[in-house]
Ligand binder design. Structure first.
Ligand code: G1P
Length: 283
């Protein structure tokens, strides 16, 4: 059972400026929910109840979102709009939230290491990069990964086949397929050029990681882009046969890009409308 999920959320979101000048990119809405809430709901779907968020300057809206807004609740109480807060209210009632700040932007590996104080060394934990919005009905990607982790007992990364023209944007794995869609990873490269990519299997922003990663990260020197890369630390675990890559079921939208953000918005809009139609028919 995975108990904790870490959300690195200190990045600037420069691709969405000026929208992200004062609003954290994780708070940009897909239809009517901020990106990070989708990630938290996916974690809850995997049985996780402890949410740890690595924030930074200008990110206080994240903390306020996962807190009670008494004035708003008092205003809406007893009105037809009260139900609109039910979802977030139940998240707040069910989960605990803890925060720490990353003071320097030195890459994803550094952000994860900053979260060590919230995660500790006892248990494997999940990581969600909220930019990657995943959807798979009521069996979310993290829940699928938790099952893979329960079988193999080591680190699990979610992968997806991407066109070679896109591969330079991702961490890329290679390994032996030990079950359909499940690979024992033996190579991992962060943002390779298409010509040297070890495969077309890209890591997306979902991980379940054993806590020895923190000690490895402490020793990890800057890699691609001059940043401390989580991929480089995971490679050290992979060299010991302790990383599984899992081709997940469902859809993933890269909401860190404008195109992916728009696709996710359209997709979620239709999901919401279909759901509303279904509920209407049930009445
Ligand atoms: C990060 C990781 C990369 C992974 C990607 C998934 O990159 O470093 O390995 O493939 O997330 O979204 P970023 O998108 O932060 O550049």
């Amino acid at each position: 059972m995975i108990k904790k999920c870490l959300f690195p959320a200190a990045g600037y979101g420069t691709r969405f400026l000026p929208a992200t000048k004062v609003i954290p990119k994780e708070m940009l809405p897909i239809v009517d929910k901020p990106l990070i809430q989708y990630g938290v709901e996916e974690a809850m779907d995997a049985g996780i109840r402890e949410i740890a968020i690595v924030t930074g300057r200008g990110k206080r809206a994240l903390e306020d979102h996962f807190d009670i807004n008494y004035e708003l609740e008092a205003q809406l109480r007893g009105t037809s709009k009260e139900s609109m807060l039910a979802g977030i209210r139940s998240i707040i009632n069910t989960c605990s939230f803890s925060y720490t700040r990353q003071t320097e932007m030195k890459g994803l590996g550094h952000a994860v290491l900053t979260g060590e104080t919230l995660i500790g060394h006892e248990d494997p934990f999940a990581i969600v990069l909220a930019d990657d919005l995943c959807f798979n009905g009521d069996h979310g990607v993290l829940a699928q990964m938790a099952e893979v982790h329960a079988r193999h007992g080591c680190t699990v990364v979610a992968v997806e086949e991407v066109p070679l023209s896109e591969i330079h944007k991702y961490g890329v794995i290679a390994g032996e397929e030990i079950e359909p869609g499940v690979y024992r990873v033996d190579a991992m490269v962060e943002k390779p050029a298409a010509e040297v990519a070890p495969s077309n299997l890209a890591v997306i922003g979902r991980y379940i990681i054993t806590p020895d990663i923190f000690d490895i990260l402490r020793e990890t020197t800057p890699g691609a882009g001059g940043e401390i890369q989580l991929t480089d630390a995971l490679l050290q675990q992979a060299k010991q046969g302790r990383v599984i890559a899992y081709k997940f079921e469902g859809r993933r939208f890269d909401c860190g890009s404008v195109e992916g953000f728009v696709q996710a918005t359209n997709f979620m809009y239709h999901e919401k409308m279909d759901g509303a139609d279904r509920r209407k028919n049930l009445r």
